[in-house]
Design a protein. Structure first.
Length: 200
């Protein structure tokens, strides 16, 4: 499956136009946004409407700049937009697991409470591929390194080590845009505001 992933756009309309050009050129099957589409919700509806107009499924989670309610509303307001925050979404035998918001904690108890549900969905749906989409990066990787120190989330890292997804798409730390790493066989990527085509 060919995915176009991006994060931390922060309302940059010029960057959004460039994203549209890349999508038209590379023809992905779906779009994934790992949060912070806006700056504290400003022009959020406009930004989501633009993404919806691309005519592809758009999987969306909140960043630390969006309230959960904005994402839920977008999922009901637009045909192509799917709210995957704290949810799973199966498409073409690929299971997407979404968890947004935050980005500042080493341990996330709310996320840990959801891991049992996520594992049940994996067992029930038996996907061929698994993609975890989080706003916060996993702990102690190239995508959470700030001045030589890890600033990611240990709960997310533990879950990755447990379920071994094929891919993790994350963001939040702008210093690490475009960087990739691995945890075991799992590829970790912060696609940044310019976005990246990823095949999973």
């Amino acid at each position: 499956m060919k995915i176009f992933a991006f994060t931390d756009l922060h309302g940059d309309s010029e960057a959004l136009r460039k994203i549209e050009e890349k999508i038209k050129k590379h023809k992905p099957e779906l779009i994934v946004c790992a949060g912070d589409l806006s700056i504290f919700g400003d022009h959020f509806t406009y930004l989501v409407a633009e993404l919806d107009s691309f005519g592809l499924p758009v999987l969306l989670i909140p960043g630390n700049h969006e309230q959960d309610s904005l994402i839920r509303h977008a999922g009901t307001m637009f045909d192509n937009v799917k709210d995957i925050h704290k949810k799973t979404y199966l498409v073409n035998d690929c299971l997407f697991i979404g968890y947004g918001s935050g980005g500042f904690s080493l341990v996330d108890e709310d996320f840990e409470k959801l891991t049992g549900k996520f594992k049940q969905d994996i067992k029930k749906l038996k996907p061929k591929k698994i993609v975890l989409v989080t706003h916060a990066p996993p702990y102690n990787t190239k995508v959470d390194n700030i001045h030589g120190n890890p600033a990611g989330n240990k709960s997310i890292r533990n879950f990755i080590q447990d379920i071994k997804p094929d891919l993790v798409i994350c963001g939040h730390l702008h210093e690490n845009e475009g960087k990739t790493d691995t945890i075991g066989r799992t590829k970790i990527i912060n696609p940044g505001f310019e976005g990246k085509i990823i095949v999973v």
